[in-house]
Design a protein around this ligand. Structure first.
Ligand SMILES: Cc1ncc(COP(=O)(O)O)c(C=O)c1O
Length: 438
């Protein structure tokens, strides 16, 4: 019989050769090659792990999922990490957990209000609407692009029960102020950390401070598993609830392939079920199945080892964009890190000043024609999006900055795949635009 271990070794050796042949670095040709805003950055280790997991053929959560979630927990310094199939699912699950009746008076209920912002990505807001609660949109500050704390204070009513905010493009929101307000009013806080994996606030990692936090592993983010996400918490009850919602709503928390870890599988009472009904088939929540596969987790295991280096590169690229844009500071409002924070920037965000003689779209059109990719700040003003217009939300005061951002703001990439040559090319293109225009 063929020795499968020998075959496996040969497959991995071939995978390393394949990586070298298929993904060897391409030469950058200015004006011909793209300067993307984001992308996968990987080497042979990700490919080998994906192949190893495929050869294991365990498929569902297994050894790589355990290793990946442990590594995330170590990196963030949190107790519980639950893997899921996307950042949007992570947001949905974090929010779902807070609707559980097991939380008693603290459970979120339809018509409760949740503070958020309209200048962001929809996945931070959609769970609020999906569960019948009311998002209350507060304006953001420019140039941190995070919630305006004074306006947020004014937006709190007796119906406010939760604050759900993203660290915009990696820049932490003012966690001191938000957590203080949450303590004062007994509110839940969810950190959408999808764009900020590796950012720090007062020396602690974002995603380790609020009651729950989420991560996305979509390729544009700090590390990737293709699709993928995670929910993090230090609260054991919330961790159990997230797991229940993630895994069909079931009450049992045994991992795949495990049985009776609580020792009480057939000796408990639940709902109106007969005594001793199999705990593995007891459903205490109205749940989903949003789990990650072990092949995704295997890629994550290789990616997370690179995360500290990726964060350094993001910070370095941000500094370089700052140098480039500073030359034209009469036209641009440049981004600013929130006080007491050290962002692992998702992007370099720029807003055109009111008196600037060219428009955002003229500039981004020029950059994109020269193959330098830009993006607007996601949904712009979410309340103006077709899917949101007729929904039940409130605006606290006015969204003046949000509207200004919708019309005048864009971002460029800071991802680790950007090279010095690319940034130099972008610097020349920006200069060409400004000279030609004026
Ligand atoms: C702030 C924020 N939250 C959530 C998500 C959703 O993540 P995913 O694409 O993994 O569903 C994104 C997506 O980019 C995001 O930017």
């Amino acid at each position: 019989m063929t020795d499968f271990k020998q075959l496996r070794k040969e497959i991995i050796e071939k995978t390393i050769q394949y990586h070298e042949a298929r993904f060897a670095l391409n030469e950058f040709i200015p004006g011909k090659s793209r300067v993307n805003y984001a992308g996968r950055v990987f080497d042979e280790k990700e490919l080998c792990n994906a192949v190893e997991a495929s050869l294991d053929f365990w498929l569902t959560e297994g050894r790589y999922s355990e290793e990946f979630s442990d590594k995330i927990a170590d990196f963030l310094d949190v107790e519980h990490v639950l893997l899921t199939n996307s950042g949007s699912s992570a947001n949905l699950l974090a929010f779902s957990a807070l609707t559980s009746e097991k939380l008693g008076d603290k459970a979120l209920k339809p018509d409760d209000e949740v503070i958020s912002v309209a200048a962001g990505f929809p996945a931070t807001v959609t769970p609020i609407i999906q569960y019948g609660l009311i998002p209350v949109f507060v304006d953001v500050d420019i140039p941190t692009y995070n919630i305006d704390i004074e306006k947020m204070k004014a937006a709190i009513t007796p119906k406010t029960k939760c604050i759900f905010l993203a660290h915009t493009l990696g820049n932490p929101f003012d966690l001191d102020a938000v957590m203080a307000l949450a303590n004062e009013h007994d509110l839940w806080v969810i950190e959408d950390n999808c764009d900020a994996f590796g950012s720090e606030y007062r020396g602690k990692k974002t995603g380790s401070i609020a009651h729950l936090s989420t991560i996305s592993f979509y390729p544009a983010h700090h590390i990737t598993t293709g699709e993928g996400g995670a929910i993090c918490t230090n609260d054991p009850q919330l961790a159990l609830l997230v797991r229940a919602f993630r895994d069909w709503g079931r009450d049992c928390y045994c991992a795949g392939g495990e049985n009776n870890t609580c020792g009480k599988r057939f000796s408990q009472s639940f709902g109106c079920l007969p005594f001793g009904f199999d705990h593995k088939y007891v459903y205490s929540e109205i749940g989903y199945n949003l789990k990650m596969t072990d092949i995704q987790a295997a890629i994550g295991v290789a990616q997370i080892d690179k995360l500290p280096h990726f964060c350094d590169k993001r910070r370095g690229n941000f500094k370089e964009w700052m140098r480039i844009f500073n030359k034209y500071s009469e036209y641009f409002i440049l981004p600013k890190a929130t006080e007491n924070s050290d962002p692992s920037w998702f992007a370099f965000i720029v807003t055109l000043k009111e008196e600037t003689p060219f428009t955002r779209d003229e500039l981004t059109g020029f950059l994109n024609n020269k193959l330098i990719e830009t993006r607007n700040l996601f949904a712009g003003n979410m309340t103006k999006q077709p899917g949101f217009i007729n929904r039940n939300w409130n605006i606290a005061g006015k969204l003046e900055n949000t509207d200004y951002i919708m019309n005048n703001t864009f971002f460029l990439g800071t991802y680790p795949g950007l090279t010095e040559e690319m940034l130099k090319y972008a610097e020349e293109v920006l200069e060409e635009f400004v000279i030609n225009y004026l």
